[in-house]
Write a protein that binds this ligand. Structure first.
Ligand code: ATP
Length: 313
């Protein structure tokens, strides 16, 4: 699958200081972000964080109150008709015609595109061949989602917005969609997706932006985010009451080492191979054998919960 040709050389999606208010609610607040070509960017955040509003502004469905948005170098509100042919949009909750058959719906969308993908290939790839003659209203929730994805992709867009693309899908369907999104990136398509699922963000995204209360609270690759903020831990068991002063002086600044229970030691800080070597060298120097040594790394979930709080909204 290859995207349509584009003469635009800048980032496919750029937001600068974008704000959107609904009455007294600030859905998105001074959001600045750039999505690079052939990148999968995930907007991650709890319910009501402002993800859908952000995507809807990029798609031209909602106008920002302040700030600027450039999509393929164009203003999505003013140049909406021109943009439609070059972007793919998968809305939350499908948005199909209840009485239309799945296959016909996809063919109709394909008919509007200059160089569409083969709708039968897309139906087959997304496991919808059997459901092609089923009306939209009779498709299962997961099938409606897959059809919405097919409709977003059939026109070979350069840039795709996917709002919670795998919501309501079973594990198998989710994997199929993940593979498809991975294939889009390989083909040079830029993907912006929203998700609640940390696993999905970690699996698919080159970069994540964590949004909370309309504000970007963190951004980076999954690995960068996992290294940020609170630290990893290294735990091990060794004889009691060892002298830790030598270890502490050998570790980088800001690292902590302590005996948290009798014979149970904890080193806190970013644990990399050098830190591990420092700890084992200290053990060798004291001629003690450390056992049960394990590195406890922070998960993306830990980072997410630290940044957005632990309560449900
Ligand atoms: P979810 O993960 O639950 O879909 P989200 O991160 O996509 O949430 P948004 O749908 O963008 O969040 O909503 C952000 C805030 O803006 C919420 O407080 C929501 O209630 C409010 N909001 C969104 N759309 C409207 C609207 N059309 N009218 C009034 N308030 C709205």
């Amino acid at each position: 699958m290859s995207p349509g040709s584009s003469s635009f050389g800048g980032p496919p999606c750029r937001l600068r200081g974008v704000t959107k208010r609904y009455g007294s609610t600030t859905a998105v607040s001074e959001l600045t972000l750039e999505v690079h070509r052939a990148e999968v960017l995930a907007l991650l955040g709890p319910n009501g964080a402002g993800k859908t509003t952000t995507v809807e502004m990029c798609e031209g469905f909602v106008k920002p109150d302040a700030g600027s948005i450039e999509i393929l170098g164009m203003d999505p509100s003013a140049d909406n008709a021109k943009l439609r042919a070059r972007i793919g949009v998968m809305l939350q909750g499908g948005g199909g015609y209840p009485a239309a058959r799945a296959g016909e719906m996809l063919e109709l969308v394909a008919a509007y595109a200059a160089d569409p993908l083969d709708p039968r290939w897309l139906l087959d790839t997304l496991g919808l061949t059997e459901a092609a003659r089923t009306t939209y209203r009779r498709l299962s929730g997961g099938q409606q989602q897959r059809l919405a994805l097919a409709c977003a992709l059939v026109g070979r867009p350069e840039l795709v917005f996917l709002d919670e693309p795998t919501a309501g899908m079973d594990a198998h369907a989710r994997l199929v969609v993940w593979e498809l999104i991975d294939g889009l990136r390989r083909d040079g398509v830029t993907v912006v997706l929203t998700t609640h699922q940390l696993k999905e963000a970690e699996e698919l995204a080159d970069r994540l932006v964590i949004i909370d209360h309309g504000v970007a609270v963190a951004a980076g690759t999954p690995a960068e985010l996992m290294r940020s903020g609170a630290e990893d831990q290294l735990r091990f068991t060794a004889p009691r009451r060892l002298d830790l002063s030598l270890l502490i002086s050998a570790l980088p600044e800001n690292y902590q080492a302590s005996e948290v229970a009798a014979g149970e030691y904890l080193v806190e800080g970013h644990i990399d191979p050098q830190v591990l070597a420092t700890v084992t060298a200290w053990c060798a120097r004291l001629d003690v054998l450390a056992t049960d040594m394990r590195v406890e790394q922070r998960s993306l979930e830990d980072v997410f919960l630290d940044l957005t709080g632990r309560g449900l909204r």
